[in-house]
Design a protein around this ligand. Sequence first.
Ligand SMILES: [Zn+2]
Length: 658
Amino acid sequence: MTDRTKGRRDFLAGAASSLLAAPLLARASRAGAADAPAPEAPSLESPLRAADYRRVTFCDPFWAPRLRANRETTVPHLFRKLREVGAVGNLERAAAGQKGGHEGYVFADSDVHKALEAAALCLGSGSDARIAAEVDALVPVLARAQQPDGYLDSAYQLDDKPRFTNLRDDHELYCAGHLVEAGVALFEATGRRDLLDVARRTADLVERTFGDGPGRRPGYPGHPELELALVRLSGATGDPRYLRLARYFVEHRGEGFFAVEHRTPPGEYDGTYWQDDARIRDHQVIAGHAVRALYLFSGALDVARETGDRSLQAAAERIWTNAVERRMFVTGGLGSSAHNEGFTDDYDLPTYDAYQETCASIAFVLLNERLFRLTGDSRYADVVEWTLHNAVAAGVSLSGDRFFYVNPLASRGGHHRRDWYRCACCPPNVARTFASLGRHAFATSADDVYVNLYAAGAADLDVGKGKLRLELRGDYPWDGRVLITVADSTAGELALRLRKPGWCGGPVAVRVNGAPQAPPSERGYLVVRRAFRGGDTVELDLPMPVRRIEGHPYVEQTAGRVALGRGPIVYCVEQRDVDSPVAGLRLPAAAGLRAERDPALGGAAVLRGPALAAEVDAATPLYGVGPPATRAVSLAAVPYAVWDNREPGAMRVWLPTG
Ligand SMILES: [Zn+2]
């Protein structure tokens, strides 16, 4: 082992940030070459299928209450607010042929489309008269607002702006993307085609307008999204033109089109913000606006999956590695700076000023979910779990009607969720993510069932040669014991692949029908292979000690501090739970912490134990010599995902250890 390697291994073994460390260790050991950089995971011959979210149900203590609030509160709230702020009115007035007075940002239509997608996904999981009524009311409005050639964008129609003249800033193609996603979602959820027809007419117009065929013009979306939507539409309709257009957008980005569009002299143009600084295969790091970057590479992976283009996958894996090793917050979110709503430099991960837009966290889940389906590698499913349980879940209150757009890792007491934002991208994005959560829980191939989330519930899954029903029991994520029952199976022999989470450093006890087993590990999964029959059980015991997570030595903002984690959950300290100012808390290395369930937080596991508080009075100098005097206090740390659900106050994820 070389010195360089030893240093790396010490960091990996020593860092409690085992979300990252454990997958990387697993990657090296899987490759059987701990002394050399591990190769990227090879692609599967046939990409995995995500579970049908409509056939996955949750009855666990973490997600089930959130999904209920999403359906009963969040989705109706979205439509109420979209009417209040004029976003629905924009479309109604366009439908009535009126002119002038567009309300809100130029991309306000996209918020309506995303709310419609969330509503459609809810209807896919079960009937709901109130949500169905919203869909019934809005779809005809969109159909009437659409112009005969397929154009639909109320900002341009009301204000009579010449279409497709500012692709860089004006989001027409972004709005088209969310319209297409809503149309496909409603079609897949309910079989109704009216919104799909609207979406398809818009997609056809875009397809006739852009590209390199006869009569078409160059260009690509200023804000990627349509790329993902077109691949989805191609899958739903079987029409390859949409996939070809998605590929065109992905592959031509980086030509500097926005400089031409805005007559920016080449020497003065920096396209980084729009990922227009390099061709898709040439990006070395993840940079620019976070949501744009992550949607772009998610779209590139969709194209890669449909075309078998490994070079697109390799580019996405490269920027993923940069993200998780140098640019990801401990909560699994991305985007260090408000300045560009995006990335800055490696290891620049602020706490009070962490931007971590909720949409960026959702987009990171989309990217990881796609990488997982291409590779079957648990590293990506690990990030999906981590980001969902921390950065994404924090984006909405437990009540379902208050939202974070920006998600800092520390607050002096002034940062709170709001019931709406003028830029309202995040609330409907959370709603559509929660409404389709089941697709992240399981995946299948011809002979394999992957279990990625261990939340209690049930899933009906299609495996290549039959069907399988799994029922999960337990209190995950507050407890690591999981009981999986194969309630029914016509699938014959198959491999049940149980993700060994990256945060899980210790051995995982596995019992099949009560008998201890030592299943082999492949790509981070424990593989139980047998001809399952109805009633067979698989029990897992995932050790969940409290962990002290340390940042990389180059992350200045976390030096001398630890974050607390247990299972897939990252914790924070809120002012209401401690009787001295959060800013003066210290967590000594010897302080033992225990997990206790708290009924006031929906039964969440809260960490309790001793800590120290700095003794501060009016005479304490701003700059002194030596450590401050301290006194013993009791600490309670709550999941970051549930902070700001009680009395407002200061909050901190990273605690000084000195
Ligand atoms: Zn957002």
